[in-house]
Design a protein around this ligand. Structure first.
Ligand SMILES: Cc1cc2nc3c(=O)[nH]c(=O)nc-3n(C[C@H](O)[C@H](O)[C@H](O)COP(=O)(O)OP(=O)(O)OC[C@H]3O[C@@H](n4cnc5c(N)ncnc54)[C@H](O)[C@@H]3O)c2cc1C
Length: 432
């Protein structure tokens, strides 16, 4: 079955029995084609952004999703956007159009329920080029993001949108035959399963409840990350008095909370919010989601690639999820661009993508997991260490800078600076 799907690139193991025609085709596949064709499966925020970037690089792209335009834009959720995502959105010329919908936060308050010291991160703790923006991060609602992405996709030449159709059978002759087959079809990725990619996954005992609420008493322009013994709790500004809360707790408890009537849920919320925050009203239907730590140790094979949550997932603590998915997109676009300028075969591109993404994914997975292990408890052994760590962080700006760079730009920027930093603050050199 996998053979059918990967038919665009013949399996070298079957070469002995291959016809001359097939040999010639294999030879052609190994030669470098400058203009690639790509089929992207999944038009969520990752697949849609990637399809747009590939088309702007001159690739011929087909983007497929069983959901139609309406359904793709309808989710009620908001994403924390970091500077690594800001750079990609600027590079794809989306940033200015998104600006009216981006809610900036200039401060981030880190608090541990079990110990006294509070840490305030400010824009001064950012890397110099990020500091020019005066903002630690932004909150962006799913709806305007998808509206803009889908609008740009519709306008883009050399891009075919197949939305709202049942997915083409993964094993049928009608399966697309492109130079690159890219699964961006989310955490349950039917393509990853059909292609037989190895996958590690561990369910957290925690789930998370997401809800949009009206709050009183919050510091304007601040986001909150509050470590509680049952799990981290984030409060993200959506503009005015509207906030998104992301409440991690045992999954069963999250499901019970999601089933409560609004008044009862607001009462429960009032008991767990950081000091001074008072919930007034619920703005959407809360949702309980199970949480996992998962990673495909190989993100590419032959001409098949995993991008976004089809290849990895981590705990929402630190707001890394979508930003990590978009760093996959940025790295893949870099490689496709290099493929066009240098002699790099598709297979080499796929191998490089897989190798280059793993360190970032592993480091983020390990650090979010470590944060949970250290902070989601009331262990008398860990409490003094946590108190000392937070007190140090509040007193030593350098520590805050390191933590913020890892969160906002990604841990790999300690080894390799993004082009924006090298070009003195201008958006990434290459405009697609
Ligand atoms: C309920 C819920 C709430 C969340 N809340 C937040 C939040 O508040 N903040 C935050 O930052 N993150 C949140 N996340 C995580 C965030 O949604 C993900 O990080 C992000 O959606 C990942 O984007 P993606 O494009 O990789 O995958 P997805 O958004 O999952 O998109 C996958 C797409 O693939 C499509 N698809 C499925 N099967 C096929 C197929 N066979 N062929 C083609 N296409 C297919 C799907 O229809 C879907 O459109 C939440 C996740 C969930 C599940």
């Amino acid at each position: 079955m996998v053979g059918k799907l990967s038919g665009c690139l013949p399996d070298p193991h079957s070469m002995e029995t291959a016809s001359v025609l097939t040999r010639n085709r294999l030879q052609a596949d190994r030669e470098v084609k400058t203009s690639l064709s790509a089929s992207v499966f999944g038009a969520g925020p990752t697949g849609a952004l990637l399809a747009l970037g590939l088309a702007r690089l001159g690739c011929s792209v087909t983007l497929q999703d069983p959901l139609d335009l309406d359904a793709l834009g309808r989710r009620s959720r908001a994403y924390a956007i970091t500077h690594s995502s800001r750079r990609l959105l600027q590079r794809l010329d989306l940033w200015d159009d998104l600006r009216p919908h981006l809610v900036p936060f200039r401060q981030l308050r880190l608090q541990d329920e079990g110990v006294a010291p509070l840490v305030w991160f400010g824009a001064d703790d950012l890397k110099a080029t990020n500091r020019a923006h005066g903002v630690i991060g932004w909150i962006l609602d799913h709806k305007p993001l998808m509206r803009l992405l889908l609008h740009r996709l519709e306008q883009q030449s050399d891009l075919t949108l197949r939305l709202g159709h049942p997915p083409s059978s993964l094993h049928s002759e009608s399966a697309p035959c492109s130079d690159l087959l890219i699964a961006a079809d989310g955490p349950r990725s039917p393509h990853r399963l059909a292609w037989g990619f190895p996958f590690w996954s561990r369910s957290y005992r925690q789930g998370c409840l997401t809800a949009k609420v009206l709050l009183r008493g919050a510091t304007p322009g601040a986001a909150y990350e509050f470590f509680r013994s049952e799990g981290p709790f984030a409060v993200l500004p959506l503009g005015g008095q509207a906030y998104q809360v992301v409440w991690s707790a045992p999954l069963r408890r999250c499901q019970d909370l999601a089933g409560l009537d609004p008044a009862a849920l607001l009462d429960r919320l009032a008991t767990v919010l950081p000091d001074g925050l008072v919930p007034d009203a619920l703005l959407d239907q809360p949702m309980a989601v199970p949480l996992q730590l998962s990673l495909a140790p190989r993100l590419g094979h032959r001409n098949q690639l995993l991008v976004g949550e089809s290849g990895h997932r981590c705990h929402p603590v630190g707001g890394q999820g979508l930003n990590l998915c978009w760093r996959d997109v940025a790295d893949l676009l870099d490689l496709v661009e290099r493929h066009q300028h240098q002699s790099m075969s598709v297979r080499r591109l796929v191998r490089r993508y897989s190798r280059s993404r793993l360190p970032d994914l592993l480091l983020v997975a390990l650090s979010t997991d470590l944060l949970l292990r250290v902070f989601s408890n009331r262990s008398p052994l860990l409490l003094p260490i946590r108190a000392l760590g937070l007190a140090f962080m509040q007193r030593v700006p350098r520590l805050r800078r390191v933590a913020l760079q890892a969160m906002s730009d990604g841990p790999m920027t300690f080894l390799q600076a993004p082009p924006e930093w090298r070009s003195g603050g201008r958006p990434d050199g290459v405009q697609l």
